[in-house]
Design a protein around this ligand. Structure first.
Ligand code: SAH
Length: 460
């Protein structure tokens, strides 16, 4: 397929056209010269391809099978292309995008992957794509526009096949197709319908292509994954929003997302092993941790299992750790800059290490005058550790030391309070609280009545 053309009406749409370009798959970007943004001759200065007649240009692009991303009203595109609409099998993707990036509307080209394109662009613009095709929404895959490498042998049967699926039929899958296995298709061993994947070199499918049986031919050389991938992703402390964005971004790929179990390290190790095993099957796996995945979270678990068990099939997996904003940073930003100078983080959980070690560390940090972020301060089972920590701190820090208690950061019910160390109490904290303890230099500054900030100066 041709790389998409981004068609804009005026100079004001240049920034959004650049964002859209950034959303396109890397392979396309590499082949995509700047010139593929089309702008009206009189109205744009900063681009290479200009046109005089919007209608003619768009129709030419459409007839050449070029995907069209119009930064303009959907109506304009519809009216422009309407005279040419005759064969949905040959329609390239056509999308309308609001000039301010607030709407991404796939209009045509459902069979050529318009919804995937819409998802990619919408993810970058951080909006929900206006996807309306039922099969696509329900099954998260378009049987009619398989990924590169796969060709549907009997497209004419697909309409009835999909109608049956929508009516509740289940489907059995013969052969390997991760994009189907990872979709929301109702795959069942005793499915009434069949999807068979055959290799190009294989001459005949075992099943007969029919309205009950879709057959895809796969050209192994064109199917991408030659090795598994494992992304260990941090979502920031709030989760919901970023989390969804990440999943949307990963949507064209398979993702196995997990939530964090606070209680039991073995569960984390099991999950890490499971993710590595999945990736070893050449799948693309994402493990999602809140905050930063490398701070009291899954990344260390993955490397721990990787080192300890060192399975040969894990060697080729491409592992990537994608950082996120950790709870202490989010908490600090709420109140100012309490971690503005040297600081450290200590988990008060003595499930994975003995309390003596923790107590020793708190003492050392207090002595060294670090600002301290306490993670896992209190849980239902662990109620005394925070009191002990406070007692140790008070041996070295003034009772007036500012303490920040941040609970449910970025989530509903977020609370952030500041109080002197002397008043810190167990009831102030739970497992969803991160606590920042100021150093001896940490100060509270009054900006205006009712507005105060906490910060640790960098000069003293
Ligand atoms: N990887 C996470 C930390 C996980 S450990 C990160 O980088 O933030 C779990 C602890 O993190 C919790 O007990 C709490 O102390 C802190 N925490 C995680 N999310 C939080 C949030 N939204 N608000 C406040 N504290 C949070």
């Amino acid at each position: 397929m041709n790389p998409p053309a981004i068609v804009i009406l005026g100079e004001a749409s240049i920034p959004i056209s650049r964002q859209i370009q950034a959303a396109l798959p890397e392979a396309i970007q590499a082949a995509l010269p700047e010139a593929l943004v089309y702008g009206l001759a009189d109205r744009v200065q900063s681009i290479v391809i200009t046109y005089d007649n919007f209608g003619e240009t768009v129709r030419e692009l459409f007839q050449a099978g070029t995907p069209i991303i119009g930064v303009c009203a959907a109506g304009i595109l519809i009216r422009t292309i309407a005279p040419l609409l005759s064969n949905k099998w040959q329609e390239p993707p056509v999308l309308a995008i609001a000039e301010d990036g607030s709407a991404v509307v796939p209009l045509l080209g459902g069979l050529q992957g318009v919804n995937d394109l819409a998802r990619q662009i919408a993810a970058v613009l951080q909006v929900a794509p206006a996807i309306t095709t039922t099969g696509d929404i329900r099954f998260r895959t378009t049987l009619l526009s398989p990924p590169p490498g796969y060709t549907l042998v009997n497209p004419d049967d697909a309409k009835t096949f999909i109608a049956d699926l929508l009516a509740g039929a289940t489907v059995k899958l013969f052969g390997e197709a991760p994009w189907l296995e990872n979709s929301r298709l109702p795959i069942a061993e005793a499915g009434q319908l069949t999807i068979e994947i055959i290799h190009k070199s294989q001459s005949q499918p075992t099943s007969t292509p029919s309205q009950d049986c879709l057959v895809y031919e796969v050209d192994i050389d064109c199917v991408e994954p030659t090795q598994g991938k494992l992304a260990i992703v941090g979502t920031g402390p709030g989760s919901a929003v970023c989390y969804k964005t990440y999943l949307d971004l990963a949507e064209p790929l398979r993702k196995t997302h997990t939530t964090r179990h606070e209680s039991d390290n073995r569960v984390e190790l099991d999950r890490a092993r499971f993710a590595l095993d999945l990736a070893a099957q050449k799948r693309t796996v994402a493990i999602v941790s809140s905050g930063d995945p490398g701070i009291y979270a899954m990344a260390a678990a993955v490397f721990e299992v990787l080192e300890r068990e060192a399975k040969p099939e894990w060697q080729e997996i491409e592992i990537q750790v994608c950082p996120g904003i950790s709870a202490m940073q989010a908490a600090a930003a709420q109140v100012g800059a309490p971690l503005g100078h040297d600081f450290c983080a200590i988990s008060l959980s003595d499930i994975l290490k003995p309390w003596d070690v923790i107590a020793q560390r708190i003492k050392a940090a207090a002595q060294a005058d670090f600002a301290i972020a306490f993670y896992n301060p209190v849980s239902k089972q662990r109620t005394w550790q925070l009191e002990k920590a406070k007692a140790i701190l008070l041996e070295w820090r003034s009772p007036e030391t500012p303490v920040v208690l941040a609970r449910n950061l970025g989530r509903p019910g977020q609370t952030v309070t500041v109080k002197p160390l002397a008043q810190l109490a167990i009831e102030d904290a739970d497992m969803r609280t991160v606590i920042l303890i100021g150093s001896s230099k940490t100060r509270i500054v009054q900006q205006r009545p009712g507005k105060q900030w906490v910060y640790t100066p960098r000069h003293y």
